[in-house]
Design a binder for this molecule. Structure first.
Ligand code: HEM
Length: 442
């Protein structure tokens, strides 16, 4: 992005809240942070969230169908790459419509190949040290620009779909609205807008698919857990064709939710950035002067021995334990926290009275489970991320058998710390796999 466009971000000291802070002289059209953040909230909450989830679900299921996986085993060399490709293509199509793949048939391949370069690019290493990273980035941004040009030339209001949520040129209505916001910013041109949309697509894709894939790795490598998840899913009566009702019901299944939360506890290593230009920041007994940059890493919180329940060391915090977030009736030692905070206790008491099934608990974890950051600035995509991760897992478990022959020891499922600090860590080992459609008694 051209420096003068970047400078507009740096000059925007008006905050991302609707009301600009008192001292800011930034013109309303240049309040980039506020306008883009408000647009994210619209895209990723409420009706926007339903709209995006439905479009992702339709696109992913269509791509899955096209793979024609039958009841005979087929194999692949790299589980992560295989599913990342299809999940990425589906999310990009759900957000930005079908044009990008037509502009460049290799768009998804290039995009997925580009994802791991971010650390090096953030270090500002020169082009000659990683020509491929720069070449990929340039060509992807060119593709986004071509998409934008085609959409500008061809879009007509009459092509907006009946539900108002999208059109075939811009994709989501909120993506179209972003154009209106960004073209008003001083010193921004079509290149800057293309860079910004590419950044959004990158941010949307970079973490969520890896988390979804970790979830199926953990389930399919443990035959007992697979049986438990399948029988929990068998209680579902809602049809996947009712996309939003189906996902809402899925999100009520306690074991599935516990696995989701545990995957993010174990696999996310992110540094949340805090800064306050107006006031000092106070954390317990420390005071950081205003404008200090504070980096809060997730790992110490996610692996805090003083907080998390390990059942007296049986389930260490550097290992996956599917039931960490479940409270069981009559089991005083269940639940995520070892301290049995009051809410956790109340829930267990209610469970005893009702003899209900285990319950997924997050109460009391808000300072210790922070994969999406914290406060008003927390990831606005978290509700969609949870939906995609859980839906992908349900689709895989209910319809397929997957074998991961190389995963004989815990060593095979370690995080690749090359991504430390940036979000969901990738598996250290490349995982060959076999897959076939599940044959179930009629
Ligand atoms: C497991 C998946 C994900 C993780 C772990 C994750 C994590 C994060 C974190 C830590 C932040 C920074 C929060 C802060 O500054 O305090 C963030 C920001 C953001 N995320 Fe996510 N994210 C995920 C998925 C998604 C998805 C699927 C989307 C969109 C569809 C998304 C969109 C965004 C956006 C737009 C921001 C910037 C918001 C702003 O500053 O205005 N994220 N994410």
């Amino acid at each position: 992005m051209a420096q003068k466009a970047v400078d507009m971000y740096n000059k925007d000291d008006s905050s991302f809240y609707p009301k600009p802070i008192g001292t800011s002289a930034v013109k309303p059209n240049n309040r980039i942070d506020y306008h883009t953040h408000a647009n994210f909230l619209k895209m990723l909450n409420g009706e926007g969230l339903n709209n995006l989830f439905k479009r992702w679900h339709v696109s992913f299921c269509r791509r899955l169908e096209a793979l024609q996986i039958g009841t005979g085993w087929i194999g692949g060399q790299d589980l992560e790459d295989f599913w990342t490709m299809h999940l990425t293509a589906a999310l990009n199509e759900a957000m930005s419509g079908p044009v990008l793949e037509r502009v460049n048939a290799n768009f998804t391949r290039d995009f997925v190949d580009y994802l791991p370069y971010v650390h090096k690019l953030m270090m500002g290493l020169p082009k000659w040290t990683m020509p491929r990273a720069y070449a990929l980035r340039d060509s992807l941004i060119r593709d986004v620009k071509t998409w934008h040009n085609l959409a500008r030339e061809n879009f007509h209001q009459s092509e907006v779909e009946k539900d108002g949520g999208a059109d075939r040129w811009w994709g989501l209505a909120t993506m179209r609205e972003r154009q209106e916001i960004l073209k008003e910013v001083d010193d921004w041109d079509q290149d800057s807008i293309a860079c910004s949309d590419f950044g959004l697509l990158w941010g949307a894709n970079v973490n969520v698919h890896t988390a979804a894939i970790w979830m199926i790795i953990e389930i399919f490598r443990d035959p007992d857990l697979l049986i438990r998840v399948r029988s929990e899913l068998d209680t579902m009566t809602e049809s996947p064709e009712n996309h939003c009702r189906w996902i809402e019901k899925l999100m009520e299944l306690p074991l599935l939710q516990s696995i989701y939360a545990e995957v993010l506890r174990l696999r996310v290593d992110v540094q949340t950035v805090f800064r306050n230009n107006l006031d000092d920041i106070r954390v317990n007994e420390w005071v950081f002067p205003k404008k200090s940059l504070l980096l809060v890493p997730t790992r110490p919180a996610h692996r805090d021995e003083d907080y998390w329940n390990t059942r007296h060391g049986r389930y260490p915090l550097d290992r996956f334990w599917s039931d960490r977030f479940l409270a069981y009736a009559g089991d005083a030692e269940s639940g995520p926290s070892k301290h049995n905070n009051r809410r956790q206790e109340t829930i267990k008491h209610e469970l005893v009275i009702s003899k209900a099934k285990p319950k997924f608990i997050t109460a009391g974890t808000s300072d210790s489970w922070i994969p999406y950051g914290v406060g008003d600035r927390a990831c606005p995509g978290r509700f969609f991320a949870q939906r995609e991760i859980v839906a992908f897992c349900a689709i895989m478990v209910q319809n397929f058998e997957i074998e991961l022959p190389s995963l004989s020891t815990e060593e095979h499922v370690l995080n690749n710390d090359v991504f430390y600090g940036l979000g969901v860590q990738r598996p250290k080992a490349v995982m060959p796999f076999r897959i076939r459609r599940l044959q179930r008694p009629q």
